[in-house]
Design a protein around this ligand. Structure first.
Ligand code: PAF
Length: 280
């Protein structure tokens, strides 16, 4: 695997590969890699003939400073994992390369409100930081296909929208959530859970599953989830929402189209998110 820390070196390398007619798959990450990320690398390797994985903890998408400071970092282990997946390129950029105009210069685009609900409402400015870093990384790498996990389903929708609005020539592929054997969605944040919290954390997925199987109206499903969390000693619900998959608008009546249920909740100091498709 080639490891690049400089944008110039990476772009030189990719230009050479493109001449050989290689199509480029891109998996942007913030490191602390787990099986969820590796499933994206695997998908990229199936669909393209050169896979680039970037590892960059993006400062502009954290609205809480301590969250950025406490974000798990383990580049050595990440590189070992990427090598074991036969990833072709690991890009470890510095902030000057990612933000040539400075971190205060964020992309301003109209995302048709996709960035305003749920995560966008709770984490002010979060999606401005996400679209900026992804756009800047796309400019450097110029991938044919980019891969994102459905665990951050809203992020996936926001990035799809960004590529439409900016008329970008890149295919966005969403990949299924990878779960631990007890159902907890894999996330770099899981590393921050205490043993006790980790054991309890399966509650989020179990609640989503119970909601999916509950034969009731949207309001009944919402009431059910709120009650479940009220009765839980460790979890505090941040939000529960049921929305259309396409435009993430809230469903009020029984949905006829594809819908998803979303949960964000705190356990101790850690905020976890998860989601589930309701009609399949
Ligand atoms: O999903 C993530 O890890 C990040 O939001 C991303 C897409 C790498 C942008 O920093």
């Amino acid at each position: 695997m080639n490891v690049f820390t400089s944008k110039t070196e990476l772009t030189k390398f990719l230009e050479q590969e493109r001449i050989k007619d290689k199509n480029i798959g891109f998996v942007p990450t913030m490191g602390a890699l787990h099986q969820g990320h590796l499933s994206l690398i695997q998908e990229s390797r199936k669909r393209t003939n050169l896979t680039v994985c970037s590892i960059y903890v993006n400062p502009t998408q954290f609205n809480v400073k301590s969250d950025l400071e406490n974000y798990p970092r383990n580049t050595e282990k990440d590189i070992e994992l990427l090598v074991s997946e036969n990833c072709d390129v690991c890009f470890l950029p510095n902030t000057n390369d990612v933000y040539p105009n400075g971190v205060s210069k964020l992309l301003e685009i109209n995302l048709s409100g996709l960035d305003k609900r749920m995560e966008g409402e709770r984490r002010s400015g979060h999606f401005d930081g996400v679209v900026t870093v992804v756009n800047n990384l796309f400019e450097i790498i110029n991938p044919d296909i980019a891969f994102f996990g459905e665990k951050d389903f809203q992020q996936l929708a926001v990035i799809r929208k960004m590529t439409q609005v900016l008329n970008m020539n890149v295919e966005i592929v969403g990949c299924p959530i990878i779960r631990e054997p007890d159902g907890l969605a894999m996330s770099s944040r899981n590393e921050r859970l205490t043993r006790h919290e980790r054991l309890a954390a399966t509650f989020i997925y179990n609640t989503l599953l119970a909601t999916k199987n509950l034969n009731g109206s949207i309001q009944e499903k919402k009431d059910f989830v709120i009650k479940q969390f009220e009765n839980h000693a460790l979890f505090k619900l941040d939000y529960f929402d049921i929305t259309s998959e396409k435009n993430l608008t809230a469903c009020i009546e029984e949905p006829s189209k594809l819908t998803r249920a979303f949960i964000a909740a705190f356990i101790g100091k850690v905020r976890l998110i998860d989601n589930i498709a309701l009609n399949n």
